[in-house]
Design a protein around this ligand. Structure first.
Ligand SMILES: [Zn+2]
Length: 491
């Protein structure tokens, strides 16, 4: 459906508005990572165009500028020109006064500093969007329009002092600071997203699945920010302009251009994450809403989940609970409940003054006050979860679960010598028949709690490592998306 529209609108635009570079699929990306609320922005290119809003017709050949907010009162000469050079030529007319070319809603003009001379001209106060472009500390021109200043490189890639972007850059000024907004065609944006979110060396079908999920995410989340659609951090989707683009990423975007994921003809919330370690969650197990296409799946494809271990002293756990305001005093024990797929559904801290059970994503975020921050996933086992258990010895099965608990343990090898043999204990039963328990590990130390986990991320929707594994097994991007998003259509 969307494809047809995109195709028709493409013809429409090319026939009637061939000057307009952008059709309906333009996105506005707030460059928060490097240019949010900054006092100056550098733009470097051999040729740039500047405009006000999407009026982008004024070309300049000046190289490198520093852009800063400008607030001044000037005399308005009232002479308007269609090109910067014509306005610059006017400067000669006002020799002896301090004046500067200014791009306004009516075109190029020259403003004269009101404190430099008494002239018989009306004064003008620059507007809240006004910014100045300087070279070596000297302003060369200002842009004072009713909409934000827009800049565009002639070669279609703008260098903002080390970071390069396709499309246009809008300078959104608020008082003494500015935020750069990248305005560009959706597919060009996705070029930068796909291989920011997924390594470019991964299989083509996994990259295509990522491209469709990212495109769907854009459409669903266009209202996420106030004066731009999405930001360039993981709050929305990681985007590094052209720096992380790759040929494989561009091919994945081109091959899936215009495609999005729908459930009952409504665009879905195509959330994704790094690694599930074996299973995903229902959306309602992580967030508040029950979403029909975001349902738990047992993931048998993911073969190389991220493994992680976090060890806490009871004092650290007490500090974490205190920082979260749980009010349970000193932590005495920690225990977990699990979903049928084996993920942690609830985590309970028992304390000297009461207990606290946490659910959903708070299970990860509760650990935010600790030195390593939130937990990577909710796919973990709790080892040594009680302060009184320090002397106990457990047999841990290959699945990481405690299978047997001993208050004392006698272990000996085949020669009758007692002690540890490599990573294994030989445990003798009463009639001396030998039982070797594989991988009897002593994880954690007395007085600490160890969380031994798999996976990385919220575990709702598509696992990126799972997509990689499916692609390696020969599945196409449609299969991948339909495995992680239930009962959806891709069109
Ligand atoms: Zn955002």
């Amino acid at each position: 459906m969307r494809k047809t529209f995109a195709f028709l609108s493409m013809i429409f635009i090319s026939v009637l508005f061939s000057i307009n570079v952008y059709g309906g699929d333009t996105v506005r990306i707030g460059l928060e990572r490097a240019y949010k609320d900054v006092s100056q922005i550098t733009v470097t290119d051999s040729e740039i165009r500047v405009g006000i809003g999407d009026n982008n017709k004024y070309r300049l050949n000046l190289g490198s500028y520093v852009i800063k907010p400008v607030g001044n009162t000037y005399y308005n000469t009232g002479e308007y020109k269609s090109a910067y050079e014509q306005a610059a030529a006017l400067l000669l007319k006002y020799t002896g006064t301090s004046c500067i070319p200014a791009l306004t809603d009516k075109g190029w003009t020259v403003y004269v500093r009101a404190d430099s001379a008494k002239l018989n001209m009306p004064t003008v106060k620059t507007g809240p969007r006004c910014v100045g472009f300087s070279v070596n500390g000297t302003y060369k021109f200002i842009v004072d329009g009713s909409s934000p200043c827009r800049i565009m490189a002639e070669d279609s890639v703008i260098d903002l002092g080390g970071n390069t972007y396709r499309g246009d850059i809008e300078i959104y000024r608020e008082g003494s600071v500015m935020t750069a907004v990248n305005v560009l065609d959706r597919d060009k944006y996705l070029y930068g997203v796909v291989t920011s979110e997924m390594p470019s060396s991964w299989p083509a079908e996994a990259l295509k699945a990522q491209a469709v999920a990212a495109a769907t995410y854009v459409e669903k989340n266009k209202e996420r920010h106030s004066f731009y659609n999405l930001c360039d951090t993981v709050h929305c989707q990681a985007y590094y302009g052209t720096q992380k683009e790759s040929e494989s990423g561009r091919q994945a975007v081109d091959a899936t251009s215009g495609m999005e994921i729908y459930y009952n003809d409504e665009i879905i919330d195509a959330v994704f994450f790094s690694s599930d370690g074996g299973a995903t969650f229902n959306s309602e197990d992580v967030w508040s809403s029950d979403t029909p296409y975001l349902k738990a799946v047992k993931d048998t494809y993911e073969k190389e989940p991220r493994l992680w271990t976090r060890t806490f002293t009871y004092q650290e756990l007490t500090n974490i609970c205190s920082a979260n305001g749980y009010g349970i005093g000193n932590v005495i024990s920690v225990s977990a409940d699990y979903t049928p797929e084996g993920l942690v559904s609830a985590l309970t801290f028992k304390g000297s003054k009461g207990n606290k059970t946490i659910y959903k994503d708070e299970i990860r975020s509760a650990f935010h006050p600790s030195s390593e921050g939130s937990l990577l996933s909710r796919n973990f086992k709790v080892i040594g979860g009680s302060q009184t258990e320090g002397d106990k010895v457990y047999v841990i099965g290959t699945d990481g679960q405690k299978t047997t608990e001993y208050t004392s343990i006698s272990a000996q090898n085949g020669d009758g010598k007692q002690g540890r043999i490599g990573n294994k204990f030989v445990i003798m039963d009463n009639d001396s028949a030998e039982t070797i328990v594989a991988a009897v590990t002593t994880v954690g130390t007395p007085g600490t709690v160890t969380l031994q986990g798999k996976g990385n991320g919220h575990c709702v929707g598509m696992s990126q490592y799972g997509a990689k594994a499916m692609a390696e097994e020969g599945y196409g991007y449609m299969d991948i998306l339909k495995f992680y998003y239930k009962d959806v259509e891709i069109k």
